[in-house]
Ligand binder design. Structure first.
Ligand SMILES: NC(=O)c1ccc[n+]([C@@H]2O[C@H](COP(=O)([O-])OP(=O)(O)OC[C@H]3O[C@@H](n4cnc5c(N)ncnc54)[C@H](O)[C@@H]3O)[C@@H](O)[C@H]2O)c1
Length: 365
């Protein structure tokens, strides 16, 4: 089996974590009996400086034939963030209808939790973020720019189709996870009665299709507090584009580091390619120092393998990362270690090889 993968390292540490994760994916492919054909696409801020745009005009046409997209990060201190984000990442998410952004948050053994008294394994939930509309719909404009009467307007767009499908996805996921069988909806319907009141209504309607799954609704401010106060209670959280974005930085922080948080932008109907990336950005403060944690991108690679129906290989990567964290043999500075991208990658590859020998030994019995 051969998978065609479009690789967009993007900006900053994207160029450091993507090659590291690809080495791990290659190793997983070798042990799992499948291969990758990687096509590198040099899109991002350098492309912008050279061509005046973050990616070519026909970028989506070029991406369409691939099985999946593996993405690093986007963002450059020399360019306004809305230009880089809207020029690369958001058009791919929207154009390929990657409506479910799935972001697991797991407190792994060996990782220090900034919250007092939390044990490994206690925090294990997934945020499903609506990924194609909501507050990121890019509807708005400026009137009388730069003058004393300047007006800025930006609308949020919530459609029944878009809201229903992402909420239904979250319920399906709670069923598949078969853990606490709970879906928590996060809104701000006390202040935003039209859009978020609508979201609440759709949530209640969709919930009726899943009588075996418990439900809970929280306002986003309370949800932030509860993620700190009682993170162990959550199972699947579903939220709008903006709230999902914010909650997943918080969930990354309470599970140890942004450097551990993976993300999948899924087109569940498989009409267009899905995209896999770390939650973090281009981290200009550490770029070029060789200390970026590659584990979030490796775990995003594992989610990609799961999507490509290679669950054993996906589990092998997750288990190798888990083992390296637990042994604390190689940790980057974001996790309190003195390791580098290279030593962490070598440790994960070593663990994958060891695991393979164990499996081979078991098979030979
Ligand atoms: N999906 C994306 O590509 C994405 C997401 C967030 C931010 N951004 C962009 O990235 C740029 C920087 O934004 P920011 O600083 O707010 O967020 P960031 O995620 O890049 O970094 C936040 C902090 O976390 C650290 N960090 C992030 N990833 C790490 C890793 N793998 N290993 C170790 N430490 C890591 C950074 O050093 C920094 O201190 C901006 O241009 C922003 O727009 C892009």
């Amino acid at each position: 089996m051969m998978y065609r993968v479009a690789v967009i390292p993007g900006d900053g540490i994207g160029h450091e974590v993507i090659p590291a994760a690809i080495r791990v994916l290659e190793a997983a492919g070798q042990r799992g009996g499948f291969q990758f054909e990687w096509e590198y696409l040099p899109w991002g801020s350098e492309h912008y400086f050279e061509h005046g745009r973050m990616m070519p005009a026909d970028a989506l046409d070029r991406l369409r034939p691939f099985d999946v997209i593996f993405f690093g990060a986007v963002g450059d201190p020399r360019i306004q963030d809305n230009v880089t984000l809207n020029g690369l990442l958001l058009p791919i998410r929207r154009g390929f209808d990657q409506y479910a952004c799935v972001r697991p948050a797991v407190l792994y053994p060996g990782v220090r939790c900034p919250l007092a008294g939390r044990q490994p394994g206690e925090i294990d939930f997934t945020v499903v973020r609506e990924n194609t509309e909501g507050e990121y719909a890019q509807i708005g404009g400026l009137l009388y720019p730069d003058g004393p009467h300047e007006v800025a307007m930006q609308a949020a767009m919530f459609t029944r189709h878009g809201t229903e499908r992402v909420i239904r996805f979250a319920f399906d996921l709670a069923r598949r996870r078969n853990a606490k069988r709970l879906v928590t909806s996060v809104t701000k319907s006390n202040a935003q009665g039209f859009s978020m009141g609508f979201w609440d209504r759709v949530f209640t309607e969709v919930a009726r299709e899943f009588p075996d799954i418990r439900t809970e609704s929280l306002l986003v401010d309370a949800a932030c507090m509860d993620l700190v106060r009682r993170p162990q209670d959550f199972d699947v959280i579903v939220a709008s584009n903006l709230f999902g974005d914010i909650l997943t930085d918080l969930s990354a922080a309470i599970t140890g580091s942004l450097g551990l948080a993976p993300s999948a932008n899924l087109n569940p109907t498989r009409t267009f390619p899905s995209m896999f990336e770390p939650v973090h950005g281009s981290a200009p403060d550490i770029v070029g120092r060789g200390i970026a944690n590659p584990m979030a991108t490796m775990l995003a690679g594992a989610m990609m393998l799961d999507f490509l129906e290679q669950p054993t290989a996906a589990q092998a990567i997750e288990s190798a990362v888990r083992h390296v964290l637990a042994s604390q043999s190689a940790l980057t500075p974001d996790l309190g270690g003195t390791g580098t991208t290279e030593t962490v990658t070598a440790a994960v590859l070593d663990q994958l090889n060891k695991d393979q020998k164990v499996y081979a030994g078991k098979g030979a019995k």
